[in-house]
Design a protein around this ligand. Sequence first.
Ligand SMILES: Nc1ncnc2c1ncn2[C@@H]1O[C@H](COP(=O)(O)OP(=O)(O)OP(=O)(O)O)[C@@H](O)[C@H]1O
Ligand SMILES: [Mg+2]
Length: 378
Amino acid sequence: MPVTPSTPDPLARAPRRRSIVLCVGPGGVGKTTTAATLALRAAFRGQRVLVVTIDPSRRLGQALGFENAAAGAELAVESPAIAERGGSLHALLLDGRVVFDRLVAAYAGDPAKARAIVDNPIYRATTENLGGALEYAAIAQLQLLHAEGRYDLIVLDTPPTANALDFLVAPERIHELVNNPATRFLTGGGRLGSRLLGIGNGIVIKTLSTIGGGDFLRDLGDFLRDFSDVLEAYRARAGDFQELLTSAEAGVILTTSASPFSVREAVNFLGVLHRRGLNIDGVLLNRVLPPFAPMPTEALLLPSLERQLGDGAVAGLARVQEAYGGLRIEGEHSIAAVAMLREAYPSLAVWALPRQEPPPTSLADLHELGGRFVSMNG
Ligand SMILES: Nc1ncnc2c1ncn2[C@@H]1O[C@H](COP(=O)(O)OP(=O)(O)OP(=O)(O)O)[C@@H](O)[C@H]1O
Ligand SMILES: [Mg+2]
């Protein structure tokens, strides 16, 4: 594997060395890929690194060793080059159920109560279907690992949400759900409050269809009471998520594409991160194309096309011009994106990663990609 540790990257240049890095951004922008790439590079710098990933593509998952591995296991990514530098890289595939099981086992109070929660049919439906459960599990997982202190750096990939904001608000919704007045009303007996119907519609319907009605309300009441006790006990012990995420140990890398729409969304999200007190260590424009030179003249293009296409050269010319025009526009997007981000946040660190063909799927690919970070701050 070629080694290029001296090229810059957003973590190497972060204002201070973090022990937690959150890779956030809207769906499909490359969070999982860039989280793995940043983790790999930090390991090459000699740090003990864990990357917590969510839904990697099958081939990237294979490269990180997830195939045939037990859910929630921390797997060593073997690399003599990393070991030589005194670093290590582990990868963990987030499994919400494993995290919740761990919380229940540790905070239910006693084994019988833990068993009652886990055996309740609603538990499975909740941990798998409830919107926000995966986000809650991701941050709880981070908090648990961080408290154990076995790694110098934990890089957390975040779940694929349409809106990057969901990641921050979803865990709060879980707490709200288990603590809202209607839930308390229900767990204390009595009529089902209208608020629960409002908040819990999705889970109620999903769960009913999963377990077929039956003792649903009694089960729901028991479950919510016990599960909320677990989450409260955990929160009392481990502290608020917000506390960890806003501490000086944690930094955020926001990944986005360079299209004007995504960049506008990124600017909004930066505002939210900022107001919530998170440390923004950089914005990463991923899969960018370099600026292209102006279109070559037809007089230059045609002879070359004639050599390749013969009689089809004239028809081919239109297609080449169209494709080239598209690439130029995309290339210009990255310049415009930097200007837009800079205008909104003048001291922001902006980075670009080129589009790699074929897309990165192996450790060697990630390594190659990791050597191609470009600082857009000059
Ligand atoms: N710099 C890059 N060059 C080429 N392909 C890339 C690059 N970064 C990511 N990709 C590809 O883009 C696709 C989406 O990437 P990835 O899965 O990392 O995104 P994501 O933000 O984690 O998505 P989701 O929100 O669904 O979790 C993948 O096929 C990946 O291989
Ligand atoms: Mg992903």
